[in-house]
Design a protein around this ligand. Structure first.
Ligand SMILES: *[C@@H]1O[C@H](CO)[C@@H](O)[C@H](O)[C@H]1NC(C)=O
Ligand SMILES: *[C@@H]1O[C@H](CO)[C@@H](O)[C@H](O)[C@H]1NC(C)=O
Ligand SMILES: *[C@@H]1O[C@H](CO)[C@@H](O)[C@H](O)[C@H]1NC(C)=O
Ligand SMILES: *[C@@H]1O[C@H](CO)[C@@H](O)[C@H](O)[C@H]1NC(C)=O
Length: 330
């Protein structure tokens, strides 16, 4: 720095003394007098390059790495059902390559069924999450968030797919703000995840039928134990589930599972049966409940939680093909 200063000094002084200046000398002198202009120009160029990186290249790199990231939903729980809202919990893992240390500001994920070609996205629920530090493996676990049903027909369709399908796709999108140091910018986040559904509650098994000499106050005259398999990673609170039961064309009556929550895996439940009173004493009925592998046809009739019929559970369960349960499986 001080070297340069001396040099400038020298050139300035040299001017008036040594005869007519050559072209080169004049240029040098010009440069020397205007040095600060060049300094500013150089700084402006550097600034433009830095700003270009910040507002052009960094967001592009961030968007690229968001696009390349993957999302896996490990578990989803839908509890406290009502016709307008429910409680949602989700455990999920995102894998990405974060080139720099960065974080997402709090954001809201919108969820939807992937639309058919040319159709619009119709979000039916949202999930807000707090600040997330971006790491190669990012755990996004959210517990007990009350979620409004934004679009009932779309949510009915989702619920039907969760109950009936072996597999379903769920779209998740948001428009989060990425923070790299003091720089902030928005990126588009959009992923489709594959989930396992409850597959029509196939494979229900019934055990230990016990006819009650003295029916319960609510009219229950037979109790059985049941196992309801849930092959999905959904936890689904159903409430009181009522099903009509029959053996072949013979209607038997109806059954209730009280306060049912279906967890992933096998669900062991108590079943309260209301068997037609004239049937319950018949030798044929008594014989059929002692036999191995009696096929009982279950047709869902209603689901009630908190005294309310939950239409997005009741409708698809009722509309689904009847479930064949095996009594005394062997
Ligand atoms: C990221 O993916 C979206 C579609 O999801 C696409 O529109 C966009 O061009 C992609 N951006 C980059 C930077 O690759
Ligand atoms: C998320 O994981 C935690 C810890 O393993 C677990 O207790 C919780 O039930 C999970 N949430 C859901 C929605 O399954
Ligand atoms: C997040 O969810 C995953 C998957 O269920 C679980 O293994 C992990 O323990 C959870 N982490 C926390 C902090 O709850
Ligand atoms: C089943 O539904 C029908 C109407 O579809 C109703 O009349 C009947 O009472 C219901 N049975 C039970 C046990 O809820």
């Amino acid at each position: 720095m001080s070297d340069k200063g001396d040099k400038i000094e020298t050139i300035e002084n040299a001017g008036p003394v040594g005869g007519p200046a050559t072209r080169g000398q004049r240029f040098k002198r010009h440069c020397a007098r205007r040095w600060w202009i060049y300094l500013i120009a150089t700084l402006l160029v550097i600034l433009a390059v830095v700003l270009g990186i910040i507002f052009g290249a960094i967001p592009k790199i961030a968007q690229d790495s968001v696009n390349d990231s993957t999302l896996q939903v490990d578990d989803l729980a839908i509890t406290n059902p009502s016709n307008d809202r429910f409680t949602l919990s989700m455990n999920s893992t995102a894998h990405s390559h974060a080139p720099v240390s960065a974080h997402f500001s709090p954001q809201t994920f919108e969820m939807y069924l992937p639309p058919a070609e040319g159709e619009q996205i119709v979000p039916f629920m949202t999930l807000s999450v707090g600040r997330l530090d971006i790491k190669d493996t990012l755990t996004i676990n959210v517990t007990d968030v009350v979620t409004e049903i934004l679009d009932k027909p779309a949510y009915d369709l989702f619920s039907a797919q969760v109950l009936d399908n072996e597999k379903l796709s769920l779209g998740i999108r948001s428009n989060p703000e990425v923070n790299v140091g003091a720089i902030k910018f928005k990126v588009d986040y959009q992923k489709t995840v594959e989930l396992k559904g409850l597959n029509g509650l196939k494979g229900i098994e019934l055990f230990n039928p016990e006819i009650l000499e003295e029916p319960l106050e609510d009219g229950t005259n037979m109790v059985t134990d049941g196992v309801i398999p849930n092959p999905s990673s959904f936890t689904l609170q159903v409430g009181d589930l009522t099903v009509d039961i029959s053996v072949g064309p013979q209607k038997l009556g109806w059954s209730v599972v009280k306060d049912l929550t279906l967890y992933p895996g096998d669900n062991h439940v108590k079943i309260y049966n209301h068997i037609n009173p004239t049937l319950i004493k018949s030798p044929l009925f008594l014989f059929s409940i002692e036999e191995p592998n009696t096929e009982i046809t279950l047709t869902a009739n209603s689901t009630v939680y908190n005294g309310e019929h939950i239409s997005w559970l009741e409708k698809p369960l009722h509309a689904a093909p009847p479930v064949i349960a095996l009594l005394n499986p062997q």
